[in-house]
Write a protein that binds this ligand. Structure first.
Ligand SMILES: NC(=O)c1ccc[n+]([C@@H]2O[C@H](COP(=O)([O-])OP(=O)(O)OC[C@H]3O[C@@H](n4cnc5c(N)ncnc54)[C@H](OP(=O)(O)O)[C@@H]3O)[C@@H](O)[C@H]2O)c1
Length: 118
């Protein structure tokens, strides 16, 4: 039996796999939530009309909207890019916050959809 409690639970997490129950379990039990594939592997989600609408509203890229949502909902994220400009872009998510209604709108995109190996 384990005697050391995990500090972090790293799970697939993006707007098409919101992981509400597991995220709450982690929070309730003192584990940090960490989302892998946080922008959904770089496809589909970045073209979703809800995400592109918010990108237009805030003058941000779709990836920045999704990463802002991740952080605003309490997740640590580590997006991956092979392109230096995108690595910088993915860090530049300060200076704006999504409204509670916008977070609900993104949460509602959930399909419990596994994207990594599609
Ligand atoms: N623990 C696990 O089981 C597990 C499983 C899967 C992944 N991971 C880890 O999670 C991290 C990220 O996951 P991931 O690579 O699957 O997915 P991701 O970070 O959600 O997406 C990466 C993809 O998005 C593109 N991208 C990155 N920034 C972008 C931007 N600003 N705009 C548009 N496209 C952008 C990248 O292409 P370009 O390179 O062309 O920019 C790449 O194809 C990795 O470090 C990986 O090792 C962990």
């Amino acid at each position: 039996m384990a005697t050391v409690k995990p500090m972090v639970n790293q799970i697939e997490r993006h707007p098409y796999k919101v992981q509400a129950d597991l995220g709450k379990f982690d929070t309730d039990n003192g584990l940090v939530n960490e989302g892998y594939s946080p922008i959904g592997h770089g496809h589909l989600i970045l073209e979703d009309p809800v995400i592109t609408k918010l990108a237009d509203k805030y003058g941000k890229s779709p990836a920045q909207i999704v990463l802002r949502w991740q952080v605003d909902t309490g997740f640590v994220v580590f997006p991956k890019s092979s392109k230096p400009a995108r690595v910088r872009e993915n860090f530049e998510i300060s200076g704006f916050n999504l409204t509670a209604a916008e977070i609900v709108e993104i949460n509602a995109l959930d399909q419990d959809k596994h994207l990594n190996y599609d």
